[in-house]
Design a protein around this ligand. Structure first.
Ligand SMILES: [Zn+2]
Length: 342
């Protein structure tokens, strides 16, 4: 697999807790082919890595079939990634096998391609910036609410990664100093109120104290069926438990969004991820709480919107990530050439 540095398609992979989604993508964001395989969780990363490499080989074969040169490989992962090393952090929540794996060099060696690896929400933020609602803006934040609550941040036209890849972790901003415990070791994080699993946990806790006929009917008596879509249906029907959990999640997200506004003053904050598919039932109170908690002048200039990217946004994210890294590399080379010419 030889990469062509200047033209051709991007192989893009979104690594998720249960599945790997891959695509052959044109630089304009057109997905030419797409595949998914199971992530597989056994061993110490070999299962995941083997599946990842098989997927990438399949994508490269697709590109060959289309007679299109491959420009490189972009990979989004659900955890922090060191910018200089391409090494995945130790607290990758859903795929512990990848903890501390220098994924960029592993993939570069195995494929011979130029590889960009970064956090999946950073990748989503770049996808919104390149292909979505944030095109042409300079200051953009992304909040992805799903199994976790992730964040991505673009300031002055640059992705902000921080010293070890943890910048923009809005999900772990404390919104209640003595609040619910979080897997990160802290308390009262936005995530502890708003992520999918935390929404379900809060419903279960409240139902233990206050049984509800609406929930008994929705779950057919099986609490194992409680999930975020059912929660929003119950809230829509005026169930008090569901309304309380949605209200708390919206308040926590609104406070997190307000912290982003006060800290970074972005032009746009985009909320995406599975939980946000609930739509206005969540967006409306999030906007209201963000306005309540943030500086009025700052939040007045911030558009708070829901992601409009498709289900394949993870693949677009990995594509945007590769293109962003390539652009930055060319900028650095350009600067060096300009300096050499002086
Ligand atoms: Zn946390």
């Amino acid at each position: 697999m030889n990469g062509d540095p200047d033209r051709g398609v991007i192989l893009a992979v979104d690594v998720g807790g249960t599945g790997l989604a891959g695509g052959v993508v044109d630089p304009d964001g057109t997905i030419l082919s797409a595949h998914t395989v199971a992530t597989e969780r056994r061993g110490r990363g070999e299962g995941v890595l083997r599946n990842l490499l098989e997927l990438v080989t399949g994508l490269a074969n697709d590109a060959r079939m289309f007679r299109l040169p491959v420009r490189g490989l972009g990979v989004g992962v659900p955890g922090a990634v060191g910018e200089d090393t391409g090494r995945i952090g130790t607290d990758i929540q859903n795929i512990p096998e990848l903890a501390n794996v220098p994924l960029r060099s592993v993939l570069q060696e195995a494929t011979g391609l130029r590889v960009a690896v970064d956090n999946d929400v950073n990748a989503l933020c770049l996808a919104e910036w390149r292909f979505g609602q944030a095109q042409g803006l300079r200051h953009v934040a992304m909040v992805a609410v799903g199994t976790g609550v992730g964040g991505g941040l673009i300031l002055n036209g640059s992705l902000v990664r921080g010293a070890s890849g943890y910048a923009g972790e809005i999900g772990h901003i404390t919104v209640d100093m003595d609040g619910r415990p979080c897997f990160c070791g802290s308390r009262g994080c936005v995530k502890a109120y708003a992520s999918g699993p935390d929404l379900v946990a809060q419903v279960r806790e409240l139902l233990e104290a206050t049984p509800s006929p609406v929930w008994a009917e929705l779950t057919a008596g099986d609490p194992g069926r409680i999930d975020p879509p059912l929660l929003f249906r119950a809230a829509d029907r005026g169930d008090a438990v569901a309304e309380a959990v949605v209200a708390k999640a919206a308040q926590a997200l609104g406070a997190g969004v307000a912290a982003l506004v006060n800290l970074c003053n972005p032009e746009m904050i985009i909320l995406g991820g599975g939980v946000m598919e609930a739509g206005e039932i969540l967006m409306e109170p999030v906007r209201r709480w963000a306005k309540f908690y943030a500086f009025e002048r700052a939040v007045g200039g911030t558009r708070i919107v829901r992601s409009g990217l498709s289900k394949q946004s993870g693949i677009l994210g990995a594509t945007a990530l590769f293109l962003y890294d390539e652009h930055r590399r060319h900028e650095r080379l350009g600067t060096r050439h300009a300096r050499d010419a002086m």
